[in-house]
Ligand binder design. Structure first.
Ligand SMILES: Nc1ncnc2c1ncn2[C@@H]1O[C@H](COP(=O)(O)OP(=O)(O)O)[C@@H](O)[C@H]1O
Ligand SMILES: [Mg+2]
Length: 301
């Protein structure tokens, strides 16, 4: 179990990337959902001991992460958001090389580990090909293979599904779910479906703050009976937004389907079952409205 308490970080340029973050992350796939710039990568890098926090604490099963980073590194696998450039060597050679860096010195054991991970990530038949020529999905699976070297208890994956096609994303999801049976996995993403498909626990991060946390099913159930939808021509969107509490807009067959949150049925709308997107967007909208108020108040003052 990973416990984060009162974690804050302001960069030298004055950006407050983490603002008093508190989180408890158990075994399984934990979804950290947030828009671009929310602070997800800052939080991932801090947990992965690659950057310092200004204040707060992180505990992983008794390891004091910020004060004893080396102890965590031995139990950690990390797939950064930008894995960078790959050399033109085969997947097998690259993983073998990374295994040496990770401290797997025994040749026979290393061979077994490397072959096992290539098989687990469905890359064994591609092991002789260069990773530089892999598709996006294959690269991300290779990224997981390298993160799994040394059999970590904690796996951090930062926006791993961005840019994958549906089939690759599905395959990647299945891999994460099977890994989550034994490990704590933190998955950061801006894609709501990643969280609804994979995560029994989640949190929403926005402007460095945790603005929502819980079980996706329970959070969604709380909105049931309050979500209403209507298909409208695009030209009417702006007017509807003036009059109703619109939480999401989605194009379907050339029409705009809007979701509105309200305790009572607005005229002309039909009831819609709540989904995690409704939870996410209504939470973000509230957060932005509150911040807007704060800005207005400070400007007036
Ligand atoms: N090294 C850095 N120096 C200064 N500002 C940074 C740095 N890294 C990120 N930021 C800023 O911190 C905020 C959070 O960024 P980031 O953690 O990358 O968010 P996310 O991963 O959710 O998109 C952004 O405003 C970003 O511009
Ligand atoms: Mg990021």
């Amino acid at each position: 179990m990973l416990t984060i308490k009162n974690l804050s970080k302001t960069y030298d340029n004055g950006v407050k990337a983490l603002d008093n973050v508190n989180l408890v992350i158990p075994k399984g796939v934990f979804g950290l959902l947030g828009p671009n710039g929310a602070g997800k990568s800052s939080l991932m890098r801090t947990i992965a001991t690659l950057q310092d926090a200004d204040s707060g604490s992180i505990d992983f099963d008794g390891v004091d992460v910020l004060n004893d980073p080396q102890a965590l590194r031995q139990r950690l696998g990390y797939l950064p958001q930008d894995f960078g450039v790959y050399p033109r060597i085969s997947a097998y050679e690259l993983l073998d090389h990374l295994a040496i860096l990770k401290g797997l010195k025994n040749k026979a054991e290393r061979k077994e580990a490397v072959e096992g991970l290539l098989a687990q990530t469905n890359l064994y038949q591609h092991r002789k090909n260069a990773v530089s020529g892999f598709s996006g999905g294959m690269r991300q699976r290779f990224g997981i293979a390298q993160a799994l070297l040394g059999d970590p208890d904690l796996l951090i994956v930062d926006e791993p599904t961005a840019g994958l096609d549906p089939e690759e994303r599905n395959r990647f999801h299945n891999l994460l779910v099977s890994l989550g049976e034994e490990k704590a996995i933190i998955l950061s993403t801006h894609i709501v479906d990643d969280v609804s498909e994979l995560c029994p626990n989640m949190a929403v991060l926005a402007s460095g703050k945790i603005i929502l946390q819980g079980n996706p099913i329970e959070l969604t159930n709380k909105l049931n009976g309050q979500i209403w939808r209507k298909a409208i021509p695009q030209a009417e969107v702006e007017a509807i937004e003036q009059d109703f509490n619109v939480i999401s807009k989605r194009l379907f067959a050339g029409q705009t389907i809007i979701h509105v949150i309200d305790e009572n049925a607005p005229f002309g709308f039909e009831a819609a079952p709540a989904n995690l997107e409704d939870v996410y967007f209504s939470t973000l909208n509230d957060h932005r409205a509150n911040n807007q108020d704060a800005v207005t108040v400070s400007q007036v003052a």
